[in-house]
Design a protein around this ligand. Sequence first.
Ligand SMILES: [Zn+2]
Length: 346
Amino acid sequence: MPLSPVLNRTAALFLLLNSPFAGHAFDYENHRLINELALQSLPAAFPKFVQDTAARERIAFLAGEPDRWRNTPDNTFKHWNAPDHYIDFEDLEPLGLSADKLPPFRHVFTMQLGEARARHAATLPAIDPARNQDRTRELVGYLPWSIAEQFSQLKSAFSYLKAYEEGGTPDEIANARQNVIQYMGVLGHQVGDAAQPLHTTRHYNGWVGANPNGFTTSRGFHSWIDGGYLAKLPVDAASLRTKVRSARLIRSEDRATAEPSLFPEVLAYVREQHRLVVPLYQLDKEGKLSPDQPQGRDGRSFFEKQFLTAAQMLGDLWFTAWKEAPADTYLRSYLARRKLNGSGPS
Ligand SMILES: [Zn+2]
C-alpha cells in the first residue's frame, strides 16, 4: 500500500536522519553543480589550465571537501571546520553585537564574542557540555570570514603562480597551478553553503523560539531540504547552464584606496541570503517543499535561483582573485637572483 504523503515524507526523513550524511549542507551533487556553473561563467581570458577535463573534475570534486572533513570525529579538527559552514546572525543582537559592525578579522570577532558572552552571562542559555565536545556552541559561526580568507588565499596563489610562470621551473609552475585548482574548488563549498539560507540563521533546523507564523519546528527540516526535497526534485541543471552570465569583478567604489580584503562584499552576500530565511520557511508552510502535494514542485525554483546566485558569486570571486592578484614581487626577485646564481632546482 502506498504511504500517505505525510508518511512518505516522514519515512524519507527517517532514512535521512539515520544516514551518515544527516545534517550536512546541500548534498555533494548540488555543491558540484555550483562549482561547475561557476566554471562556465569564467571568461575566455581566464587561465586555461582550470578548464581542462581533469582540472574541471577536480574543482567539481572539491566542492564537497569541507563536508567530507565533517565526517572525521577529531574535536580539534571539528572545532576549526564546523563553524566555517554557517553564521547564525540572530545570535549577535542578544549579545549586543551587530551584523553591520562585524570586523574583517576572525580572531578580533572571536574576542568580541567572548567579551560579549561574559557581559551577558546571566541571560545566556546554559550550554550542555555533553553536546559541546568540540566547543563550538559558544560561537555563532565564521562563514563570511571563511569565504573572505579563502578568497585571499586564492589571490595569493595567483600571485605566486604569476611569478613562477615568469621565472620558475616547470614543476614549480605545475604545483602552483594545482594549488589554484585546490583553492578554487574548496572555496566553492562555503560560497554554496551561504546560498542555503539555513546556513545563515539560528533557525537552521526548524524554527526556534517565538513562532508567530507557525513555521515548522521539525529538527529534520535542514536535512529534508538538502537531501530529501532536492533529491526527489533535483534542480534543472541544463536550464541553469543557459542562464549563467560571464564572471565580473567584485569591487566597491573605494577599493582602490581601501583595504583590499573582500570581507565587506562577502558579508553583504551572506546577509543577502539571510533575508531569504523567512521566505524559505513560508514555502514550506505553503506545502511548496512537499513533492507529494500539487504545489510541491514550486519550491524548486527557489533553489535554482540560489544555485545560480552562488555560482555567479563564486565565479566573480575566482575572477576577481585572478585579476587583482598583484605580482609576488618578493618571489619574483628571489627567482631572478636564483637564475643569476644558477642555483635553482633543475
Ligand atoms: Zn558545508
